[in-house]
Design a protein around this ligand. Sequence first.
Ligand code: F6R
Length: 366
Amino acid sequence: EKGGYDHFMLKEIYEQPRAIKDTFRGRLRTEQGIIKMAGVDQNIEKFLNADRIIIVACGTSWHAGLVAEYIFEDLVRIPVEVEYASEFRYRNPVITEKDVVIAISQSGETADTLAAIKLAKEKGAFVFGVCNVVGSSIARETDAGAYTHAGPEIGVASTKAFTTQITVLTLLALKLAKHKGMFSEDKFHEFLTEMENMPAKVERALQSNALVEIIADVYKDSENCLYLGRGFNFPVALEGALKLKEISYIHAEGYPAAEMKHGPIALIDEHMPVVVIAINKGHYEKVVSNIQEIKSRKGKIIAVVTEGDEQVKELADHVIEVPETMESLSPLLTTIPLQLLSYHIAVMRGCNVDQPRNLAKSVTVE
Ligand code: F6R
């Protein structure tokens, strides 16, 4: 049942190239230059006329929502708010008929997310679901939706659900951007082609496994860990920290790299591992200077970089390479070594990786 892997989590990490492909299969039609998503096509006016998109979710799904915020704002130029479902539902939120609410949930059973969409529907918003479990409560309660095709996720720590959620939300953003005439046919084609390349690139990112295991062995006894990223990769830092916390019980925090100097930098000393996402796009030079700041305080730097990187290699204690891609698609790659890092550390600490203490696969109580 675990397909030769020691744990479901590792199996599911390795399933990601296939899961991402299954999620865009039939939707991504590069030859025709279109993206087909029935639930969006049938409601296209709702999306095109929306004043804003409100994303509601919990945990890892909330992190996928944050990645989507960057993607939607960049590609579609529509305002996006990402809300913890539990906060949203209890604070008398401002919602109108001109809002589109997107609920993201692997299980489709998360109580707070379900309650949030009921509230949004009452206020007249159009509610769209991104779920993995077919026929789940959230899938049934939403006005329309698009399933992720990750397949069953058994490990409590969410992995392939996260990357397939990002895949669906990216397809949605690209589709809306096309409808709104946000970019040329050429640019659109470039995006579709790159999305098609992602399974192979994720496969390459997985080849870092042996190196990540060596790094895990160095830091397995740490008491704390910081994760830093900027832009599209800030949510990946949050997700990396959550993965480490939940399965290895090491205290970890994710931060936007530039926020470090507003507080967390006080924590840095020679005992503090800092995982930094430093790909060669976006704010690369800024991240490099953040790395210098950590180094001058003797923090241990584990950097996730683009293949062939030279500059960070000079500074970091360890570098993990991922293939080059467009900045907006990079979270699909940068998240892979962070999943592996938390997995190996948890195994080395003797933790129950697939069923961490105090956690359940779907949180059906609020
Ligand atoms: C993290 C994790 C949780 C879930 C959260 C939402 O690895 O599994 O944080 O992401 O409970 O669950 P869903 O997506 O089922 O609504």
